[in-house]
Design a protein around this ligand. Structure first.
Ligand code: G6P
Length: 594
C-alpha cells in the first residue's frame, strides 16, 4: 500500500525516482509526488492521479537526491494537497502505513502553533519530527524517539532541510529496503523499484534506521551503528516487465504453466522441504483475500488426505478472537507479499500463544517469511497485477503438496494412489497450457453486459468459485456473489432474473448430481448458465447455455486447473469493458494497513 523510493548519488535522481515510482505504481495509484533539493531548498512536486499526471508538471530541474511516493489513500481523499511528500518546518517526508494516534498528536501540535494543510496522518508525522528536532537537535536521537511517539505502522523517508546530502529512513511495521547501485544509493518500499539499477539490497528490520549518504549507508539500532547482511534478489529482472502482453495480469496468467512446472520440479524432488504436518494436533490456516481462498482449499485437502483437524480463517478476524491454540497447533500464514498487516498480526499472536508457525510466502525476506518458524517460498517471481493469479495457484499447489506429504505419512495415500497423484502433478502444467488455448472472449461478452453474476459449486468447487468471483469483481466492477450450490435457494435465488449469469463449477463426481439440480433451478428462472466441468462428468444439454471442459485430475490438483478459465473469464470481461486491469480502482496489491 503506497510505494516509496529515494535515490542519493551522482546521477540526476529525478528520473530514477520517477521510473522507480512507475515500477511501484501497483502498490497505490491515487496520486504521487517527489521532493528534491534544488538550490539548497527542498522542492516538492505532487499531483492527483497516475504517475503520468505527475510527469506532466515536472520541471527541467536536476538534483542528485530525490524521494518519491505513490499513494493509496487512507486519511483524506486523493487530491494534490493530500499527496506525499508532506513538509513541516525543517522536515519533508514520504510515508507508508498509518499513524494511529495522529488525531491526538495533531491537536497537541496545533496547540504548539503548528498549522496543517492536508487531512493526512503523514503531515502530522512531519510536524512531530520537526517539533522533536527543534527540541532535541540530534537527528539520530529524534528518529529513535519516534518509536515512542508514533503509534501504528510506518516506513518513512525523511529529508532535513539542513542536510542536503542525506536521506534518513526508518521502519516500523512497513517494509523498506536499502540498496547500492553503481552510481549511488537507493531506498524503496519494494524490490521492483530498484531492479533496474541493482539486485543487491539490505533489508531494514523493525526499529532500524538507515542514514543514506551519497556514498555510504549507515544502519543504526538503539543509537548504535550496526552491520547488516547484503542480500541478492534471485529472480529474473524480466519478470517485472510486461514482455509484450497487454496487461501484467494476462502475462501472469500465461506464466502459470512455467512457474508451476519449475515449482514442482523443485519441491516434488525435494519433499523434505515440505514440513511434516503430522507432528501437530490441529492446523489453522490464516490469510486475507485470494490467499484466504487458497487456504480454504488447503483446509479441505488437509482434512481429506491428512485426517487432521484443520480450519481456515480470515486474518482480520482471527487476530481478534479466541483461537484455542497451543504448542500442538500449527498456524499456517499464507501471503503473497508477506507484508499484509492483519496476517502479520495473526502470526505474532500465534507465536505468543505458543503455536508453531509456517509461512507460505512469495516475497523473499518479507516480514512473514522472516518471522515464521518455517517458510515455504512459492517462487512465483514478481507478481505485479493487483489481482493475483500465479501466486494464488502456487499457494494452492503448496497446500496440495503439504496435504500429499501428510497423506503419505498417515498412510492415507497408498502406492497406487501415489503413482496416480504423481501423474496428475506432472500433467498439470500441460493441462493449463491446453486450457489457456480456449476462446474466453465469447463468454466474456455475455457476462460483461450483466449487473450481477452468481457463482455456485460445492466443496472444492465452491472454494474455487470464491476466487473466480473475487477475480471478476476486482477488475470488472461487476457485482458477483458465490454460494455453495445448495444454499442459493435459501434466499438469494430471488435475485435470479432472465439472463442473470450463473457460473457453475462441477469437478467432483461424487456430488455432481446435486450441483446439476441446483443449476437446473436457476435455469428454470431464466438464468444464463455457464458450466465449468471436468470432461468425464456427464451433463445433459438442457442445463447449460455454455460449457467449458477441463481434463480430469485428482482433487489434490484439480483446483489449480479449474481456476484458470475463471481467471481468463474475469480478465476478458474487464478487458471488453476497457478497464485498467492491472490497477483496479480502490485496490492495492499489498495491504499493509489494518
Ligand atoms: C490484497 C490483494 C489480493 C491479496 C490480498 C492478500 O487484497 O489485492 O490479491 O490476495 O491482499 O495479500 P497477500 O500479499 O497477503 O497475499
Amino acid at each position: 500500500m503506497c510505494g516509496i523510493i529515494g535515490y542519493n548519488g551522482k546521477e540526476n535522481a529525478i528520473p530514477i525516482v520517477i521510473d522507480g515510482l512507475k515500477n511501484l505504481e501497483y502498490r497505490g495509484y491515487d496520486s504521487s509526488g517527489i521532493a528534491y533539493f534544488h538550490n539548497d531548498k527542498i522542492k516538492i512536486i505532487k499531483e492527483k492521479g497516475r504517475i503520468s499526471e505527475l510527469e506532466k508538471i515536472l520541471d527541467d530541474d536536476k538534483s542528485t537526491l530525490c524521494i518519491g511516493h505513490t499513494r493509496w489513500a487512507t486519511h483524506g481523499k486523493p487530491s494534490r494537497v493530500n499527496s506525499h511528500p508532506h513538509a513541516s518546518g525543517e522536515i519533508t517526508i514520504v510515508h507508508n502505513g498509518i499513524i494511529e494516534n495522529y488525531a491526538s498528536l495533531k491537536e497537541d501540535l496545533i496547540s504548539k502553533g503548528y498549522k496543517f494543510l492536508s487531512e493526512t496522518d503523514t503531515e502530522v508525522a512531519a510536524a512531530m519530527i520537526d517539533y522533536l528536532y527543534k527540541e532535541e537537535k540530534n537527528k539520530l536521537k529524534v528518529l529513535e524517539k519516534l518509536e515512542d511517539v508514533l503509534r501504528g505502522s510506518y516506513a518513512l523517508l525523511i529529508l532535513f532541510r539542513d542536510d542536503k546530502d542525506t536521506i534518513y529512513a526508518l521502519r516500523k511495521g512497513s517494509p523498506l529496503i536499502v540498496a547500492k547501485s553503481k552510481t549511488g544509493n537507493l531506498v524503496a518500499s519494494d524490490i521492483p523499484a530498484i531492479l533496474d539499477y541493482t539486485k543487491d539490497y539490505y533489508l531494514l528490520d523493525e526499529g532500524e534506521i538507515a542514514i543514506i549518504g551519497k556514498k555510504d549507508i549507515k544502519f543504526y539500532r538503539e543509537e548504535k551503528e550496526i552491520k547488516k547482511e547484503l542480500l541478492t534478489f534471485k529472480f529474473d529482472i524480466g519478470s517485472a516487465k510486461k514482455e509484450g502482453y497487454k496487461h501484467f495480469m494476462l502475462k501472469e496468467i500465461y506464466e502459470q504453466p512455467k512457474v508451476i512446472k519449475n515449482y514442482l520440479e523443485h519441491y516434488l524432488n525435494n519433499m523434505d522441504l515440505i514440513p511434516d504436518l503430522s507432528l501437530y494436533e490441529k492446523i489453522h490456516i490464516v490469510a486475507c483475500g485470494s490467499a484466504y481462498h487458497a487456504g480454504l482449499i488447503g483446509n479441505y485437502l488437509f482434512s481429506e488426505y491428512g485426517d487432521i483437524e484443520a480450519s481456515c480463517f480470515v486474518a482480520s478476524e482471527y487476530r481478534y478472537k479466541k483461537n484455542f491454540i497451543n504448542d500442538k497447533t500449527l498456524v499456517i500464514l499464507i501471503s503473497q507479499s508477506g507484508e499484509t498487516a492483519d496476517t502479520i498480526a495473526s502470526l505474532r499472536l500465534a507465536k505468543e500463544s505458543g503455536a508453531k508457525t509456517l509461512g507460505i510466502v512469495n516475497v523473499v525476506g518479507s516480514t512473514i517469511a522472516r518471522e515464521s518458524d518455517e517458510v515455504i517460498y512459492i517462487n512465483a517471481g514478481c507478481e505485479i497485477a493487483v489481482a493475483t493469479t500465479k501466486a494464488y495457484t502456487l499457494q494452492v499447489l503448496t497446500l496440495s503438496l503439504c496435504a500429499y506429504k501428510l497423506g503419505l505419512i498417515k498412510g492415507k495415500i497408498d502406492k497406487q494412489l501415489e503413482k496416480e497423484l504423481k501423474v496428475s502433478y506432472k500433467n498439470l502444467p500441460k493441462e493449463i497450457e491446453e486450457i489457456l488455448k480456449l476462446d474466453y472472449k465469447k463468454y466474456a461478452t455475455k457476462i460483461a453486459k450483466s449487473k450481477n453474476v452468481f457463482f455456485i459449486g460445492r466443496l472444492l468447487d465452491y472454494y474455487i468459485c470464491e476466487e473466480g468471483s473475487l477475480k471478476l469483481k476486482e477488475i470488472s466492477y461487476i457485482h458477483s456473489e458465490t454460494y455453495p450450490a445448495g444454499e442459493l435457494k435459501h434466499g438469494t435465488i430471488s435475485l435470479i432474473e432472465k439472463n442473470t449469469p450463473v457460473i457453475a463449477v462441477i469437478t467432483d463426481k461424487k456430488i455432481a448430481e446435486k450441483t446439476i439440480s441446483n443449476i437446473k433451478e436457476t435455469r428454470a428462472r431464466g438464468a444464463y448458465t455457464l458450466v465449468l466441468k471436468q470432461k468425464d462428468i456427464e451433463i445433459s444439454h438442457d442445463i447449460y447455455d455454455d460449457v467449458i471442459e477441463i481434463e480430469e485430475l485428482s482433487d489434490l490438483v484439480s483446483s489449480i486447473l479449474t481456476i484458470v478459465p475463471l481467471q481468463m473469464l474475469a480478465y476478458y470481461v474487464a478487458d471488453s469493458l476497457g478497464y485498467d486491469i492491472d490497477k483496479p480502482r480502490n485496490l492495492a496489491k499489498s495491504v499493509t494497513v489494518e
